[in-house]
Design a protein around this ligand. Structure first.
Ligand SMILES: *Cc1c(COP(=O)(O)O)cnc(C)c1O
Length: 392
């Protein structure tokens, strides 16, 4: 049911001890998605707790400013905890219960996935421990406290670069040791099989709704889908329900940071990533000539990861999806553009997708329709942007 590989990408490059654990996860997931009881619970939490369906909003002011293109925003920013991440954490926390697990663990970089996991664990009465690089925990004290408020314990990881990739390593180690009672809630459509498929499934509700909504409102399918790509979960969640609609063009926007030539970026496909294995999956990875993982950079923490979900690697080679990058400074422009035209402050991650719209509009025919996945709200970024701009 879930592909183990996307073309040559994906797979499960894992220690032998994890093989039976991930096999059990795959089997249980396939059982769960066929269970009407599981689906009914998931639907109920997504609608009554998280706030689904999210609106598809025609951004008329923004569209007028852009000129050619008519932009609809899929409002994932309106969900509980402020982003699409809750779709996946509720899904996986329910899956943990379905498998009879009492404890969930997760990794987090900036803290967004940690908070969404802690919320889902509190909701479903699961013990929760979150792995976070000690450098990230220092930078994101407020999110550490949020996770604590939600009843989760934060484990600070001080190995390696003390950031996200090190947190994932430790979470995988914990999972290997404690798999009897523990489920690892991975945060994006990446990692070893079956995670990319599981996360895509739980995020595909975005595309399912958007497809129905655009047909209702516009009477036809869109010409373009646009989404930012960190690990790739919000993008694949939107794209997956349009894959067979050959006239719908798709664009994934990566973090161009300070420019590809500076090396300070997180553009794995549209920049200078090379094929490699990270966190159990063959994909494009930012690495040095010796295969060591490079330090990445982005103004937005959610896009700042050295690998990309394997399905995106595949979709770039088949050219079904076009991958582009947007610099830090252009993303800040996107942050202001949406705020001033529509009164919506986007997450810095989503602001990368917004910032690509003027470029896209330039290539469009008048009246072309785009759906942009507004993956999250910008409240978390307001203070940071104000400081960068020297205004607070
Ligand atoms: C985490 C995050 C992202 C990036 O993750 P994906 O898995 O690529 O979707 C994008 N937008 C927001 C608001 C996020 O919190």
């Amino acid at each position: 049911m879930i592909e183990k590989r996307f073309g040559e990408f994906g797979g499960a490059y894992i220690p032998e001890l994890l093989v039976p654990v991930l096999k059990e996860l795959e089997t249980c997931f396939e059982k769960a998605v066929k269970s009407s009881e599981f689906q009914a619970k998931l639907d109920s939490y997504l609608s009554r707790y998280a706030g689904r369906p999210t609106p598809l909003y025609l951004a008329e002011n923004l569209s007028r400013r852009l000129g050619n293109i008519k932009v609809y925003l899929k409002r994932e920013d309106l969900l509980h905890t402020g982003a699409h991440k809750i779709n996946n954490t509720i899904g996986q926390a329910l899956l943990a219960k379905f498998m009879g697990k009492k404890r969930v663990i997760a990794e987090t970089g900036a803290g967004q996935h940690g908070v969404a996991t802690a919320a889902a664990a509190a909701l479903l009465g699961l013990e929760c421990e979150i792995y976070m690089g000690s450098k990230d925990a220092e930078r994101q004290k407020l999110n550490v406290y949020r996770m604590n408020l939600l009843g989760a314990k934060v484990i600070k990881v001080s190995s390696g670069s003390k950031t996200l990739k090190d947190a994932i390593n430790d979470a995988l180690r914990d999972y290997t040791t404690n798999c009897n009672d523990t489920h690892y809630v991975l945060g994006s459509a990446l990692g070893p099989h079956p995670y990319p498929g599981i996360v895509r499934h739980f995020q595909s509700v975005i595309g399912l709704e958007a497809r129905k909504q655009v047909i209702e409102q516009e009477g036809r399918l869109p010409d373009y889908l646009v989404a930012c790509v960190g690990g790739g979960s919000n993008a694949i969640g939107l794209f997956s329900h349009f894959m067979d609609d050959k006239d719908v063009k798709m664009v994934g926007v990566e973090a161009g940071g300070e420019g590809i030539s500076t090396g300070r970026h997180a553009a794995r496909i549209s920049g200078d990533g090379k094929k490699g294995v990270l966190h159990g999956s063959l994909t494009y990875v930012l690495q040095d000539p010796f295969g060591q993982i490079r330090e990445t950079h982005s103004v937005s923490a959610g896009l700042d990861y050295p690998a990309i979900g394997p399905e995106h690697a595949y979709l770039s080679t088949t050219r079904r999806v076009e991958y582009v990058h947007v610099s830090d400074s252009d993303a800040l422009g996107g942050f202001h553009l949406l705020s001033t035209t529509e009164g919506i402050i986007p997450a810095l991650e989503s602001a990368h997708a917004i910032a690509y719209l003027p470029v896209l509009s330039g290539k469009c025919k008048k009246g072309d329709v785009a759906i942009l996945n507004l993956s999250g709200r910008g409240d978390k970024d307001v203070e940071y942007v104000g400081r960068i701009e020297g205004l607070i």
